[in-house]
Design a protein around this ligand. Structure first.
Ligand code: ADP
Length: 369
């Protein structure tokens, strides 16, 4: 497994894979899918944690009921996750039951910061999977979260009535921009299965599933029925996969888990790995790939290549900072990875907002290709 090297967050170092469960809108069954998929993964013998990142409406404390909900801090200052049904768990709902009200006044950038902080301040320990139940939507909050956390893959949940094809594509594209592949699309409440004849009644009409398969060649799509037992079991703190593990509907969650797991493993194996950007005093900056390939970049050129809004006009693409305005001896004072796709650099000239996607650097500076 070629999981990229340790992240900037020690609490996530023992976490093998991070899977985001996301949806365009609230109330489509994202949390129900997240917890049942997490339970399905854990029934395959994998060690699984769930982070309920939905600060506006935390639902994990309703879906599962740990016996002990007092939070303890470890010696390193990390929060010990709660445990139930074999899963490690964390939610804003346990940190501050009043959080929901407070969240209304948090602005977007603060929300993503607070969520990232929670994700990285929990003592997750060794996990095969950390499932992050994302806040609903495909806006700035979700994009920033995807940039800040080293997420490996996403599952998008939708319903036929809410879903337009465009919404799912928007979700896939949001993750794509930061190199997070969507490994499954789940159409929830897709049909109602008649108890006597077994016929699938598509009360909300056909969803976008077929179109996704046809237009994107997207193989991993799943449909889940509208099933009152799913809401009842969720409301009672015993999700369906835990309550009725052999039920045909539980089997669909095993299929989602199995396909997502297979796809993520394939991607991690194929992935040449994330490069690292580094700087040794007095030398060139180096973009080093796990296969040993190195792209050398003079610090001045890297500084000049900054694409932030202060350096390049967002509207016209015009270069705002001129070569002659920059310190010829400028050098990085701090380099940190951003998600799996970029590095952020702080500079000796006090410039702090440089974010360099690795692809951009490779295209611009790799003369070997
Ligand atoms: P979200 O996380 O998208 O806001 P939830 O998972 O909290 O959505 O689900 C919203 C409500 O719908 C909950 O009451 C849940 O129990 C119910 N629900 C979710 N999926 C189904 C389903 N397939 N059939 C019936 N009820 C469902």
């Amino acid at each position: 497994m070629s999981k990229p090297a340790a992240t900037q967050y020690p609490s996530l170092d023992g976490v093998q894979r991070i899977l985001a469960v996301s949806s365009c809108k609230g109330g489509v069954g994202k949390s129900t899918t997240a917890i049942n998929t997490a339970l399905a993964l854990s029934r395959y013998g994998l060690r699984v944690g769930v982070l309920d990142a939905d600060i506006y409406g935390p639902s994990l404390p309703t879906l599962v009921r740990p016996e002990e909900t007092t939070l303890y801090q470890s010696e390193e200052g990390l929060i010990q996750p709660l445990e139930a049904l074999g899963l490690k768990l964390m939610s804003f709902g346990w940190i501050d039951p009043e959080q929901q009200r407070g969240a209304a006044i948090l602005r977007g950038p603060m929300v993503s910061q607070v969520v990232s902080q929670l994700a990285t301040r929990v003592a997750w320990g060794e996990l095969d999977y950390l499932i992050i139940d994302f806040p609903p939507g495909t806006g700035d909050i979700q994009l920033t979260l995807t940039q800040q956390l080293p997420i490996d893959a996403a599952v998008i949940v939708t319903t036929p009535q809410n879903l337009s094809f465009v919404d799912v594509v928007k979700g896939i594209q949001m993750f794509d921009t930061v190199k997070v592949p969507t490994v499954a699309v789940v159409e929830n409440m897709s049909y109602f299965q008649c108890g006597s004849c077994g016929e699938k009644q598509r009360i909300f009409g056909e969803g976008a599933r077929e179109k996704l398969v046809q237009q994107f060649g997207f193989q991993h799509t799943f449909e889940l029925p509208l099933d009152p037992r799913l809401s009842k079991s969720g409301d009672e703190g015993m999700p369906l996969v835990a309550e009725l593990p052999d039920d045909p509907v539980s089997q669909i969650y095993y299929q989602i888990a199995e396909k997502a797991h297979g796809e993520i493993n394939r991607l991690l194996q194929d992935n040449p790995g994330t490069p690292t950007l580094s700087y040794n005093v007095g030398q060139n900056c180096e973009l080093t790939y796990p296969d040993g390939r190195i792209v050398e970049i003079p610090p001045f050129e890297l500084r000049f290549a900054c694409r932030c809004a202060a350096c390049v006009s967002e509207y016209t693409g015009e270069q705002l900072v001129k070569r002659e305005e920059l310190d010829p001896d400028v050098y990085p004072t701090e380099i940190l990875p951003v998600g799996q796709y970029a590095a952020s650099v702080k500079w000796s000239d006090e410039h702090r907002s440089s974010i360099y996607p690795y692809d951009y650097l490779q295209e611009k500076f790799d003369i070997s290709e």
